[in-house]
Design a protein around this ligand. Structure first.
Ligand code: ATP
Ligand code: MG
Length: 379
């Protein structure tokens, strides 16, 4: 139905009224065909970026040169962004990003993409154009490299991770992966080390957000890919974590899954945001602590506490205690009854901080039962 959206139609009309081609392409077409949610709308055209910019401005739309060196202009209509990219074909590459020149046909544009299921186009009236047989692969839920897998990977090693990402999201969980692709991936996985950490991080987060990324991650381990993403990652506990998430009705979460893979220094390896790095550090500290669920709830709040309970269960293969959520909630609602003023002027400076910490630990150990008077008596 997004295809009938007036803003999307306005961008297409702006191009077609001026005699240019306009087709939706990529993830929006793929996901519409399989009934999956759509994240962003990409439009392909034979109009050059300068022309797209002029047409957009004449129509009163905002045009932002978001990726002008790749031929992409973002056209904003009523606050909604559309990525309009000129048909292009790949020429020489250094394996990190393909260099591009503009193409004369849609089929050429299709051939520079990564997988057949990502090379599907839809006209503004919804008619599908499938230059490379992507429909058949999509129907079979098969992620297939366009033409030769080795060639595609050498052009851009990120496609290795994209292969696993699309398999995790849209692949047939029962059906095997394309053997030729896996052989090419195993042979070329060291090329991942040449990529920027930002690109790797963004792709890994998308992969780990899939409903069940465990089979894909296991295959990444077998093919040697995982080791080139971050050395020391172990996928053994991931299937158990995914199972626990389902059992307890907890939504998929990439950072929680990352935490169960172990390894260290994810912050730099994946260029995580400050907030993500902080949460991951809390998860890892929680896994290693002896805090019971109530203490976790008090220290970290209910969400992170539940993450830690599930992570521990996945890693130790021991199910979480019944009623752990009520325990977490109890801890999250508890308020430490001693205030710094209660200990002054007997304690000051660093000694005050230390004393408060000791009393807080005793109060947590009493399962939040010790009263203010008891605690002050201890001091
Ligand atoms: P989603 O937006 O749902 O994550 P998508 O398929 O739209 O999935 P994008 O990264 O938005 O993925 O890319 C849009 C399209 O551009 C892809 O469908 C694919 O055709 C092409 N593309 C993107 N990145 C690459 C790449 N590294 N190599 C080849 N083609 C690519
Ligand atoms: Mg997209």
């Amino acid at each position: 139905d997004w295809i009938r959206d007036p803003a999307a139609q306005a961008v297409c009309s702006m191009l077609t009224d001026a005699g240019y081609d306009a087709h939706f392409v990529g993830g929006c077409v793929r996901n519409a065909l399989i009934g999956a949610p759509i994240s962003d709308l990409d439009i392909s055209t034979n109009a050059r970026p300068e022309t797209v910019t002029d047409l957009a401005q004449n129509a009163g739309f905002h045009a932002v040169p978001t990726g002008i060196e790749h031929g992409t202009v973002t056209v904003v209509v009523d606050g909604a962004p559309f990525e309009v990219t000129t048909w292009r074909r790949d020429v020489e590459t250094d394996g990190r990003r393909a260099t591009v020149v503009y193409a004369d046909t849609m089929e050429e544009d299709a051939r520079r993409r990564d997988f057949t299921m990502n090379a599907l186009y839809a006209a503004p009236d919804g008619e599908i154009v499938d230059p490379l047989g992507g429909m058949e692969d999509l129907r079979a839920r098969c992620v297939r490299f366009i033409d030769d897998a080795e060639d595609r990977i050498r052009e851009d090693y990120l496609r290795i991770l994209r292969f696993f990402r699309f398999h995790a999201w849209y692949g047939d969980p029962e059906g095997g992966l394309d053997q030729e692709a896996l052989a090419a991936i195993a042979a070329l996985s060291a090329g991942l080390e040449t990529l920027s950490r930002e690109r790797i991080g963004a792709e890994m987060i998308k992969l780990l957000s899939a409903p069940d990324p465990a089979p894909a991650v296991a295959t990444m381990e077998h093919t040697g890919v995982l080791h080139h993403v971050i050395p020391g990652l172990s996928p053994a506990a991931l299937p158990r974590l995914v199972h626990l998430e389902e059992e307890h009705g907890v939504a998929p979460d990439a950072l929680r899954r990352l935490a169960v893979l172990g390894g260290d220094d994810h912050k730099d390896a994946l260029r995580l945001s400050k907030a993500d790095a902080k949460r991951l550090a809390a998860l890892r500290a929680g896994i290693g602590s002896l805090d019971a669920p109530a203490a976790l709830g008090y220290r970290h709040g209910p969400e992170v506490a539940e993450d830690i309970v599930l992570l521990r269960a996945a890693l130790t293969e021991m199910p979480p205690r019944d009623g752990y959520r009520a325990d977490i909630e109890r801890g999250a609602c508890a308020t430490f009854p001693v205030k710094p003023g209660d200990l002054m002027p007997d304690y000051e400076g660093p000694a005050l901080g230390d004393k408060l910490k000791t009393l807080e630990a005793a109060w947590i150990a009493s399962d939040f039962a010790a009263s203010r008077e008891t605690l002050l008596g201890m001091a």
